[in-house]
Write a protein that binds this ligand. Sequence first.
Ligand SMILES: NC(=O)C1=CN([C@@H]2O[C@H](COP(=O)(O)OP(=O)(O)OC[C@H]3O[C@@H](n4cnc5c(N)ncnc54)[C@H](O)[C@@H]3O)[C@@H](O)[C@H]2O)C=CC1
Ligand SMILES: O=C(O)CCC(=O)C(=O)O
Length: 416
Amino acid sequence: MENLDPFDIALEQLNKAAKVMKLDKASIDVLSSPREILQVSIPVKMDNGTTEVFTGFRVHYNNARGPMKGGIRYYIKENLSEVKALSAWMTWKTALLGLPFGGAKGGIICDPKKMSKMELERLSRGYIDAIANFIGPEIDVPAPDVYTTPQIMGWMMDEYEKIVRHSAPGVITGKPLTIGGSLGRGDATAKGGMYVLREGAKYKGIDLTKAKFAVQGFGNAGQFAVKFVKEMFGAKVVAVSDSSGGIYKESGIDYAELLAHKEKHGSVENFPGSKNISNEELLESDVDVLIPSAIEDQLTGANASKVKAKIVLELANGPSTPEADEIFYKNNVLLLPDFLSNAGGVTVSYFEWVQNITGDYWTEDVVYSKLDEKMTFATKDVLATHEKYQTDPRTAAYIIAIQRVLDAMKARGLLN
Ligand SMILES: NC(=O)C1=CN([C@@H]2O[C@H](COP(=O)(O)OP(=O)(O)OC[C@H]3O[C@@H](n4cnc5c(N)ncnc54)[C@H](O)[C@@H]3O)[C@@H](O)[C@H]2O)C=CC1
Ligand SMILES: O=C(O)CCC(=O)C(=O)O
């Protein structure tokens, strides 16, 4: 049976690149564990008068290149291994994009779909009370991730400012615009992914205007991917899913109509004119580009060989396992790896942090053009390294990112 533990997978990916780079033991050891782990208990008064205690995490992986950076996940299956893996991937992501940050991640074990708005606000404020000493604009800057929203970031910033008793918008990114959020952050993950895809398709000689797409996940990352595939390339999305299941429509799925359907019915299933399919069927559907945009471990040794897409654009973190990576490489499927493809989110978070610190706010056009420049540069870098080392694109991305983190550690005198 394939090992699907997220942190074990993160280490396996790291070790694969370390082997190509012929890294020494000290370098591998220092990159193989988080710098600090904080686990907290958060008592929350529920609307029915009872008190529930929630478990939360914040993991600092590495800060050699700058303050730690990474989102917060509210998820019923959250666990420390997942948060550790996500914090490692944040370290490689910020390094690959050349952002002056390290990597961190946070999570709370909870089911936000079953909580009221007031309960979510009390939980979010309680989490910040518990981790306040661990974060700050120059220490660690959280952001949204799965099942967290700009509103939650707004409550968190407010709670932090109450504790430190001064304005500190740079403590958190992905905030509502009116309290220091950046234009373009809402759709940045998918937008950045489209720039990566554009370069990947050029490299692979695929005409995106004629391509068919499948998108797994219809949240922040997936929804905007469905929108931009049509807007930017004029292409057709034929399959979409969420946690309840998926839909397939050969003539193409309209973004606005699907969004309205999801808002009304709570899921994408039973969308008029489409047939319902499972998430497994979506991953194996007859498309040119597959965009996993939900959770980890979706493409494994068990199903990767059944993927028909020529390009896999990983907007989710960790959707493919090492066995799947091997199969894609062997089958000539271009896998555009997560910490490249979904880096648009943290890149615009970086722009938000810069705007908060300087007090100089940018137009959406400026944000998108700076984002395009950074994503395009990183993609070309990954593809050139993939050619140079004759290795898969994920390992190529690791080689670039690891070298940057090690250079920073050496410049600080932390490694020989
Ligand atoms: N929001 C952001 O800024 C960034 C998000 N990501 C990654 O993108 C992925 C999605 O995150 P968001 O869109 O922000 O979360 P979200 O909470 O907005 O949406 C998650 C989506 O995934 C679906 N989903 C959950 N479990 C599923 C399953 N078993 N099968 C199919 N679909 C399922 C949900 O129904 C929902 O549509 C995650 O891996 C996240 O870490 C990566 C970079 C930035
Ligand atoms: O916007 C950010 O700072 C981080 C978003 C995130 O958690 C991710 O890229 O996985």
